[in-house]
Design a protein around this ligand. Structure first.
Ligand code: ADP
Ligand code: MG
Length: 237
């Protein structure tokens, strides 16, 4: 898949223009809450990256997004910030899994959890959980029994938990993030992704990120997203 094909795919939609022309605004003009702004400052993030300025306002509106952006463009905070903002206003005290972030590998999932924990340093009552291979299954099960707000998972391991742990249920999931969709398909997770999508509530927000575009990803977009806004970020020159 050439860069041209990818650009063509995204350019076919009107919204992409608007999104890519977004001005590089400061974080504090994105209407974020104080604890999140403090978390960003603690991380040393002063200005949003292009994918962050384009994605955050649209995600905060609750829309589905398909975003094309290369590695290193700052995708993690681009999706974690709107999720955290949404959960700050959660009205229920009952612990339940509200967000699932799917990542292609355990290492990436752990990195996402690390950024999440740093971003929420000044946020109360927001919990992260991991569902990834290579860590002790029973121990993970115990952690997940507490029903963290945000579960960061690899597709294979989350399926394990859904199938084998009666206390693990995804009926209250409001947001699904698919990070590095292209890599996830390369790792052979197509069947797992389809199964996960079939188990999640239909009424949810979904954000999908991919550095490249091909027909299998288009199929996945078709299956998982509802009238998505398409955001294309040019790789740095
Ligand atoms: P991607 O997921 O697109 O590969 P990451 O979210 O891992 O990108 O971010 C890449 C690097 O850029 C990380 O080291 C991260 O800490 C840093 N980073 C992300 N956003 C910002 C920002 N707004 N300001 C400064 N550094 C940032
Ligand atoms: Mg990433």
């Amino acid at each position: 898949d050439s860069a041209e094909q990818i650009a063509g795919f995204f350019a076919s939609k009107e919204e992409s223009k608007e999104a890519t022309n977004t001005v590089h605004k400061a974080f504090n003009s994105l209407q974020l809450s104080r604890p999140v702004l403090k978390g960003l400052a603690a991380l040393g993030y002063t200005l949003p990256t292009p994918i962050q300025s384009a994605t955050i306002p649209i995600a905060l509106m609750g829309k589905d997004i398909v975003a094309g952006a290369v590695t290193g463009s700052g995708k993690t905070a681009a999706y974690l910030i709107p999720i955290i903002e949404r959960l700050l206003f959660k009205n229920s005290r009952i612990p339940t899994i509200r967000v699932i972030v799917l990542a292609p590998t355990r290492e990436l999932a752990i990195q996402v959890a690390d950024v999440g924990n740093k971003l929420t340093r000044f946020v109360n009552n927001l919990t992260f959980g991991l569902a990834v291979g290579g860590l002790n299954l029973r121990q993970q099960e115990q952690e997940l029994k507490k029903r963290p707000d945000i579960v960061i998972a690899t597709p294979g391991r989350i399926i394990d938990h859904i199938r084998n742990s009666t206390s693990f249920y995804v009926d209250n999931v409001e947001v699904l993030i698919v990070d590095e969709a292209d890599r996830m398909l390369e790792e052979g997770f197509q069947k797992e992704l389809t199964e996960i999508l079939s188990l999640l509530p239909k009424k949810r927000q979904t954000l999908l990120f991919s550095a490249t575009m091909n027909s299998r990803i288009k199929d996945l977009i078709q299956l998982s997203l509802d009238k998505p806004v398409r955001i294309m970020i040019d790789p740095p020159k």
